[in-house]
Design a binder for this molecule. Structure first.
Ligand code: PRX
Length: 660
């Protein structure tokens, strides 16, 4: 296990203001402790109460948690419900049909608004359209779309008819898309002609065409195309149809498919330690329950809030806090198609001012890049915008450094808005360790305390509890309703990865290191303890990038590590051995660019290495194992303190140290 050092020595504490606390759904630490106690004393009763209060059940559940086949836990299993009904119909029935559900702003500033009722009508039509194509309960639908109202409609329409969606981030390559389509045996791909970001268009349909052209298994897969720009695209008449044409033909009433609580709602792929991405499977009721509850507890959502989560719908954050949480909680959610820096780096502040956003949830990397932009261009300083509508700020995806926290707090929140630093993962479905903004005193850089019902602990590699102040492995000791149910098609891997025998087979292994403060009991996440990287809040496996690099005809061997980066948190550094002589100077530059583009095209734009160094070999032990720790030190420009006498080829270190 790596030695874990605390990331910071930050002692300042920021208490919630009296005004914020007065109105908050959890208004003090004593309310927090009462909830924690309720969960500890009667866990079943606690979760059952929340599930009854927060969800509409067509048929009430009688069982809460079934642990008989642990770690394949089942929650509320005999209850029957529907996610789309909970997100749309029930608000309309409660008299909130006219409330704005979604405000959407396109890259070029066009705005669309949908009331809950208007959204409901479109979801019903598209759901009927999907049914007319023969799609029904349990079928897999891949959604490869830009952030758009239509993407939300596609997700809700799937949920309405019991189809299982899998949103693939529209920055992933044709090959990545293809692998997911095959793994899921998807029957439909919903895409757009193009996506537009930062003033540039990219043909998504062409990527779908390319992905399907790789298909040797003759998957019977249809393609439904949302017309975003009207650009010319290739058309396969027997396979492709238009989203708007399908929608226009349908009636706007659609009886939901009432499904069991454990019916899979979606599969979302995420990087794992091996090259193959993992299809994280979430269940209907438990997932939705936790997304509503955390909207209420952590975001303290109120009837007139306008909530903006900046994550793309292709990530779990976009699922839980861009779509499902806000809609299930009856909130107005804001969706943005574009990027933070177009037409300039004041775009986010401008949006907050124009749309009167009250809760803003983003990633530390965004904050750091906007700090940098502000340092060179005063005109886009947040102080130049009217941000008085903000009342709460959030952070997610990676540790937030205290400097960025303070800037966010002072310059954006004007010292009025609490910051909720939310620790969670694709697998956890929703927040796990996070402050409650009306109760928890904040310490910059700490995600503070586990939410009520979440039994987080820090243990050693044998699963034994560690004392406060000692760095260790973060685990969750008890199941919770929103947890991952399995890995799509790979239950064995699910058990091995998340409930390893070494920890007794019962603790959920988060894969992160953490340390708990002796004084406050607050958690601080110290980063992954496995081979995963976190670049701009995006999780990636070193193996995934390495396998794409070695698939290039010129590459013999590759090893990928990271080094800290002041904007993106971590930056990818690849060490590469070519099948031909090691290049230098301009040739090395040219080949590095070629390989970067290759990774972008074959895997994902976000996986392009920041730096590529060429060598005649990689540092290896005599048994042939690549010494990654040495590579990490080289990438970071740190002195090599380790004994290198066991290396098979110590001279290569000098070469890689100076390589470009
Ligand atoms: O390493 C942790 C980091 O992001 C990982 C989860 O990535 P993903 O499944 O893509 O989900 C990202 C958004 C929920 C975690 O294992 N991480 C996430 N939030 C935080 C964090 N690290 C530190 N602090 C956070 N608030």
């Amino acid at each position: 296990m790596p030695i874990i050092e605390p990331l910071l020595n930050e002692n300042r504490i920021f208490h919630p203001s009296v005004r914020f606390a007065e109105d908050a759904s959890i208004s003090s630490m004593s309310v927090y402790h009462t909830l924690c106690q309720e969960a500890a004393q009667d866990s079943s009763g606690f979760w059952a109460r929340l599930a009854r209060e927060q969800l509409y059940w067509k048929k009430a559940f009688t069982k809460v948690l079934d642990e008989s086949n642990a770690p394949f836990y089942k929650w509320f299993e005999d209850g029957i419900t529907n996610v789309a009904y909970n997100c749309l119909d029930r608000h309309i029935e409660n008299g909130h049909g006219d409330k704005t559900a979604i405000i959407f702003e396109s890259d070029d500033g066009k705005i669309k608004r949908y009331s809950y009722h208007a959204l409901y009508l479109r979801v019903c039509k598209v759901a009927n359209g999907l049914r007319s194509m023969g799609i029904g309960k349990g079928d897999r639908v891949v959604i490869y779309m830009p952030v758009s109202v239509e993407a939300v409609i596609a997700m809700q329409a799937c949920a309405r008819i019991g189809a299982i969606h899998s949103v693939v981030f529209a920055g992933f390559s044709a090959r990545s898309l293809y692998e997911r389509i095959v793994d899921l045996e998807a029957v439909l791909i919903i895409t757009a002609d193009e996506q537009v970001r930062g003033g540039k268009s990219l043909s998504l349909k062409a990527i779908v065409d390319e992905a399907l052209s790789m298909d040797r298994r003759q998957l019977a897969c249809h393609v439904l195309v949302y017309q975003r720009t009207g650009a010319e695209i290739n058309w396969h008449p027997t396979r492709d149809s238009w989203f708007h044409e399908l929608e226009a033909k349908q009636v706007d009433i659609c009886e939901p498919e009432w499904v069991g609580a454990e019916h899979p709602l979606f599969v979302l792929y995420t990087s794992g330690s091996t090259g193959k991405p993992k299809g994280v499977q979430h269940a209907t009721a438990g997932y939705l329950l936790w997304s509503i509850v955390t909207m209420k507890w952590v975001f303290d959502i109120k009837a007139n809030d306008i909530f903006w989560c900046t994550a793309d719908i292709g990530w779990i954050t976009g699922h839980s806090y861009g779509v499902y949480g806000p809609l299930a909680a009856g909130t107005t959610t804001f969706l943005f198609e574009g990027t933070p820096t177009y037409p300039d780096a004041g775009r986010f502040w401008d949006i907050i001012a124009r749309h009167k956003i009250s809760i803003f949830y983003t990633a530390p990397t965004v904050i750091r890049s906007l700090i940098k932009a502000t340092n060179t261009d005063e005109t886009i300083h947040p102080y130049r915008y009217d941000l008085s509508s903000l009342r709460l700020l959030g952070s997610v995806g990676e540790p937030i450094n205290p400097e960025a926290w303070m800037w966010y707090y002072q310059q954006v929140g004007r010292e009025r808005c609490p910051i909720v630093d939310t620790f969670w993962q694709t697998e956890t479905g929703g927040h796990m360790i996070a402050p409650l903004p009306g109760a928890t005193p904040l310490v910059p850089g700490s995600c503070t305390l586990p939410l009520p019902g979440i039994v987080a602990a820090i243990v050693d590699e044998f699963g034994h509890d560690l004392a406060a102040g000692q760095g260790g492995i973060l685990v969750i000791k008890r199941p919770w309703p929103a947890m991952i149910r399995t890995l799509w098609g790979d239950p064995e891997r699910f058990k091995q990865v998340y409930f390893p025998e070494e920890l007794g087979g019962r603790f959920y292994l988060a894969g992160d290191g953490a340390i708990c403060s002796k004084e406050t009991g607050y958690f601080m996440i110290t980063g992954r303890v496995d081979d995963l990287l976190n670049v701009s809040g995006h999780r990636m496996g070193t193996m995934e990038i390495e396998s794409v690099l070695v698939a290039h005809p010129l590459v013999a061997e590759a090893a990928v590590v990271s080094r800290p980066d002041e904007i993106t948190g971590e930056a990818i550094v690849a060490f590469v051995v070519l099948k031909r002589a090691c290049p230098n100077g301009e040739e090395a530059q040219r080949l590095a660019n070629t390989l970067r583009e290759w990774v972008g095209k074959e895997l994902s734009l976000i996986a392009k290495p920041k730096e590529i160094r060429f060598g005649d070999n990689l540092p290896k032990t005599r048994s042939g194992k690549i010494m990654r720790r040495l590579l990490r030190a080289l990438a970071r420009g740190e002195p090599i303190t380790q004994d290198t006498s066991t290396l098979d080829n110590p001279t290569v270190l000098e070469q890689l140290k100076h390589a470009q």
